[in-house]
Design a binder for this molecule. Structure first.
Ligand code: HEC
Ligand code: HEC
Length: 236
C-alpha cells in the first residue's frame, strides 16, 4: 500500500515540478524592438548584411556602409521623424518619411510593409518574433522627444542634480564616472551633446549586442535626468 502511495506522490511531484519559464514582459519586447530598430543584426543571429539595400537612396551617405543602409534608424531617424526630424539635413539625410505617425500599426500591417518589395526584409533577416517586438516598439515605444530635447539648441530639460545620482549608480560601473570608460564608443558627454536623440533611444532601449540595461520600465523622467547629466560630462 505504502508503495502505491509513494508512487502516486512521485507522479504528482513530477507533473507539478515543471521548470517555470518566465513569459516576456511588454517592456522587454518594446526594448528589444527598439534595439532591432537601432541595429537588428546585432540583436538577432543574422550577420551584417553584405549587399547594399536597393531601397536606400543615392543621395544618402550610408549606402552599403557596414549594413547601415539596412538599419531602420538610418532611414526613419533616432527621433522617428525621418526627413521631418533631425535627419532633415546633414549626412544622414535621405528624404524618407518618419514612422512616428504609424503608432497604430498592426503586426500584420508591419509584416506586409517589411516583407514587401520596397523594404525587402526576409524571414532570415527579421524573424516573425522580431516583427512582434518591432510592432510593440512602434505602437508604444516611440517617445515624443520634442518634449525633452530642444530641437534647436539640443539641450535637454532634465534635472542634472538627480541625473548625477542615477548615472553614478546605474551607468558608471560600465562607462566610468566621466563617461569615457567604454573604449569603443565616443565619450558619453560628446555623444549626448551631438546626438541627444540617439542617446535617448539607447538609454531607453539599451545598446544592440551589449549587456547594457534598458531603462524603459522605469519612470521616463529618470532617463531624461540621466541624459541631462550626460550633457555635462567631458566631451573628449
Ligand atoms: C532604406 C531605407 C529604409 C529602411 C532601412 C527602412 N525603411 Fe521603412 N520606409 C522606407 C520608405 C521609403 C517608406 C515610405 C514608403 C511610402 O512612401 O509609402 C517606409 C515606410 C515605413 C513604414 C510606414 C510608415 C507609414 O506611416 O505608413 C513603417 C512602419 C516602416 N517603414 C518601418 C520600418 C522598420 C521597422 C524598418 C527596419 C526594420 C524600416 N522601416 C527600415 C524606407 C526604409
Ligand atoms: C553592463 C554595462 C553597461 C551599463 C550598466 C550601461 N552601459 Fe551603456 N554601453 C555598454 C556597452 C558595452 C556599450 C557599447 C560599447 C560598444 O558598442 O562597443 C554601451 C553603449 C552605450 C551608448 C552608445 C554609445 C554609442 O556611441 O553607440 C550609450 C549612449 C550608453 N551606453 C549610455 C549608457 C547609460 C546612460 C547608462 C545608464 C543608464 C548605461 N549606458 C549603462 C555597457 C553598459
Amino acid at each position: 500500500m505504502l508503495r502505491i502511495y509513494l508512487f502516486i506522490l512521485t507522479l504528482c511531484l513530477v507533473t507539478v515540478w515543471q521548470p517555470v519559464m518566465a513569459s516576456e514582459s511588454l517592456d522587454y519586447s518594446i526594448a528589444r524592438g527598439g534595439k532591432l530598430y537601432d541595429k537588428w543584426f546585432k540583436v538577432n543571429s543574422y550577420s551584417t548584411p553584405k549587399l547594399a539595400n536597393p531601397a536606400y537612396p543615392d543621395r544618402g551617405a550610408y549606402k552599403n556602409k557596414k549594413g547601415a543602409d539596412w538599419r531602420c534608424k538610418e532611414c526613419h531617424g533616432w527621433d522617428y521623424r525621418g526627413d521631418g526630424g533631425a535627419y532633415s539635413t546633414g549626412k544622414h539625410f535621405t528624404g524618407i518619411v518618419g514612422i512616428f505617425q504609424a503608432d497604430t500599426i498592426s503586426e500584420a500591417q508591419l509584416a506586409s510593409i517589411l516583407r514587401g518589395q520596397q523594404h525587402g526584409y526576409t524571414t532570415e533577416m527579421l524573424a516573425d518574433k522580431d516583427l512582434i517586438d518591432l510592432t510593440n516598439f512602434i505602437r508604444t515605444g516611440m517617445v515624443e522627444m520634442d518634449n525633452y530635447i530642444n530641437r534647436k539648441t539640443k539641450m535637454v530639460t532634465g534635472d542634472v542634480s538627480k541625473g548625477v545620482n542615477y548615472y553614478q549608480t546605474i551607468c558608471a560601473g560600465c562607462h566610468g564616472l566621466d563617461g569615457k570608460e567604454e573604449d569603443d564608443v565616443p565619450p558619453l558627454g560628446k555623444l549626448s551633446n551631438k546626438n541627444p536623440w540617439e542617446t535617448m533611444h539607447k538609454i531607453l532601449n539599451g545598446q544592440p549586442g551589449a549587456d547594457m540595461p534598458a531603462m524603459r520600465a522605469l519612470d521616463m523622467q529618470i532617463s531624461v535626468d540621466i541624459l541631462a547629466y550626460l550633457q555635462t560630462l567631458p566631451k573628449e
